[in-house]
Design a protein around this ligand. Sequence first.
Ligand code: F6R
Length: 338
Amino acid sequence: MINGGVDFSSELALNEEVIKRLRAIHLVACGTSYYASLIAERAFERWCDLDIKVDVASEYRYRNIRLSPNTLAVFVSQSGETADTLAAQRRARELGAYSLAVTNAKESTLASCCDDVLLLKAGPEIGVAATKTFTGQIAVLYLLAIYIAKVRGTLTPRMEKELIDELIRLPYKIEATLEREHVVEELASNFSGSQSFLFFGRGISYPVALEGALKLKEVSYIHAEAFAAGEMKHGPIALIDSNVPVLIVAPKDSLHEKTLSSIKEAKARRAPVIAVGFDGDEQLANDASHVLYVPPTREEFSPFVTVVPLQLLAYYMAKKRGCEIDSPRHLTKSVTEE
Ligand code: F6R
């Protein structure tokens, strides 16, 4: 249920008593699902009064993690068959955590092994590179965060309503962003010969930058790295010059001024700077070389719209370079071996 409030009580075995007793939430995943988890981490820590840990499954499964029945371990996997995520889930369960699968595959191994399941219901994803399921994962994890916060009394009914109202508007904003794809296509023509791209983002936009770089390397085979924008001066700045396009995810949020200063740093080193920002942000048009505008939304929800131009950029760059977009080389839809 969403219009009348978020309520998973009929879908989840995780009952209110268990939710009230929770001390920590772990989000564990690989690849794009891990980046979706990093975005959700910010929402969980903003709305729920809990310790949140996010890790890649291939690390989590071998660490000396402290778990208890008061830990909710959420395993995020589009396919539900990723070997490391399954192994991490087995370990968390052995150590006594309550395990929840967030997956697109109802019949998957992950869904059958966890104590509880939340389905993305995104429909089959044909391309190997995850796109719509990334959005679906953030949406489901946000709904879970709202539900947990509500049960624990850390989210007021008014705030819940504000969040839901905006969640309901998001599909229209995403659609409006997709309608601007010709702008991204044109931009891709300018940069399809580039050897390397750097992506930056701050706060909730940092994992968006990570996801944008992953999409670009997966489908267009262009080297791309992403960094937290605040790390620029701690090393990556040495790579910036006029041959390296810099993409900065810069929605108008509480860290915007700081993001603008990263744009200036990159411009001062003569990099072509592509910014992704909100409609009406004229400062961005002054500071960056190119701007991909998206409709504005609340700070917590910006990834839903800012990731779209990055996915389109990867798509059009791959197309211009003649790459096989749906089936990139060396990649499989689910990694079933370690
Ligand atoms: C990226 C991509 C991979 C998967 C990763 C996890 O486009 O598709 O990085 O996200 O292999 O897969 P799942 O979510 O099936 O566990």
